[in-house]
Design a protein around this ligand. Structure first.
Ligand code: FIX
Ligand code: ZN
Length: 417
């Protein structure tokens, strides 16, 4: 038996070892490189006021959202801490995550926030980022960069310094989903566009995308789409996709990330925490893959009910790459179901997870949880392969984990990270 063949009773330990040894690429986050300044969130008060925890607060405290949002950041964090971590046990995925981060830095996980606030106040951001990425087992992250965000765009236009651990993405929501509110910003920037898409609008939006692609060098373009997203459709959104976005993606050889299934602001009072989820009609995705065979579609869906059919579509279209267990799906009970059906139908030709981190230190718990959840699932797959007659080697496990958490993204983006 070759020395690298792993005895059945040691497969799980071998999987755990490789998951911990291989640095992952975090392919979708809301983190920002240090040169983008204060739009990058980090530290204990940002961790505790994460919008996931704000939604949970309103279920366990009678404060009304309007009154909550009047509070200072510190007062918001104190209220959430007292309600979700002191008066109630932090059992939810998001509350337990904050506990895991505190614990990872050797900070108290109960009592008050004094020690934690002093610790984070003493951290220097650039060295802190390197520590956090090492603790999370990631080599780099992919950002979400909005060229029409009034806080972010000027920083890029002023020549924000790049960072090899942060890769840019051109985010398109304000063009594809909120054109009425944003077309005049393009007009003020010197692009001859119109509210109804007439005249030179299409060529000018394409020019805008080309200019920002040259500025940001995005590894992909991205858009969040509602559960009602339809294609084909007689709409400005589809015209922008067909005439602007997909041609520029083809020119630059980069994928388009479509994240489908959001029901925006089902409760507007909760602001960023107010979005819900809805099952999408994936015939839209099917038609995109058929009509644009030269384009590649990184795809994440928000409804659990869409996940199995996404695997079926991924078997039909090699230009479709399922990724992550997005947002309300990033919980062990659902991650297990999604990852098992993906392995069963796609082998290792998918990207199991991204963090969607909005606060720097979240990557520590989100990737710890991913490794903890995936260890038994991957071990089970190798166990079955071994029982069916194909011995498992350390090289198999190393190759497959590297493919899922690095290689598939490198191949799809045509980049080496
Ligand atoms: O559209 C997105 O990128 C979503 O991930 C976010 O809008 C969402 O608020 C989030 O952070 C989910 O984890
Ligand atoms: Zn996101």
């Amino acid at each position: 038996m070759p020395s690298s063949v792993i005895p059945s009773d040691q497969i799980r330990a071998a999987v755990e070892r490789e998951l911990n040894a291989i640095p992952f690429i975090d392919i979708h986050t809301h983190l920002f490189m240090p040169s983008l300044g204060s739009i990058g969130l980090w530290g204990i008060d940002e961790l505790i006021t994460y919008h996931y925890l704000e939604a949970e607060l309103f279920r366990s405290h009678d404060i009304q959202p309007a009154a909550y949002f009047e509070l200072s950041k510190r007062a918001k964090a104190d209220l959430i801490w007292q309600t979700l971590f002191v008066e109630n046990a932090p059992l939810s995925e998001a509350t337990r995550g904050v506990v895991a981060v505190l614990n990872a830095f050797g900070l108290p996980t109960s009592g008050d926030l004094k020690d934690a606030r002093e610790f984070f106040a003493g951290r220097e951001l650039r060295s802190h980022i390197k520590d956090v990425f090492r603790m999370a087992g990631i080599s780099e992250v992919v950002m979400t960069n909005d060229p029409l965000d009034p806080d972010e765009a000027p920083l890029w236009e002023a020549g924000a310094e790049g960072d090899s651990q942060f890769h840019a993405v051109l985010r398109l929501d304000r063009i594809l989903n909120k054109w009425e509110q944003n077309w005049q910003t393009l007009e003020q920037k010197g692009f001859a566009v119109a509210a109804d898409g007439s005249g030179k609008t299409m060529s000018e939006v394409r020019r805008f995308l080309e200019e920002w692609s040259a500025r940001m060098d995005p590894v992909y373009m991205a858009v969040s789409l509602p559960d009602t997203f339809a294609y084909p459709e007689d709409s400005l959104r589809v015209r922008f996709l067909r005439e602007c976005v997909l041609p520029v993606c083809r020119e630059r050889g980069i994928p388009l990330s479509v994240m489908i299934g959001v029901r925006y602001l089902v409760n507007p009072e909760l602001r960023l925490a107010g979005d819900g989820a809805g099952k999408a009609d994936l015939r839209a995705l099917e038609r995109l893959c058929v009509d644009f065979p030269e384009n590649r579609f990184l795809t994440s869906l928000l409804s659990r009910e869409n996940q199995h059919e996404l695997c079926v579509y991924a078997r039909k279209f090699a230009n479709l790459m399922p990724f992550g267990c997005w947002w309300f799906l990033n919980n062990p009970s659902v991650v297990e179901e999604m990852t098992r059906e993906r392995l069963e139908m796609l082998g290792t030709s998918f990207i199991p997870q991204h963090s969607d981190a909005r606060v720097l230190e979240q990557v520590i718990y989100k990737w710890r949880n991913t490794r903890r959840t995936l260890t038994p699932i991957l071990a089970n797959s190798y166990q079955l392969m071994s029982e069916d007659g194909r011995p498992v080697t350390q090289e198999d496990i190393r190759h497959d984990i590297t493919r899922m958490f690095r290689g598939n993204f490198e191949t799809f983006t045509r980049r080496k990270f």
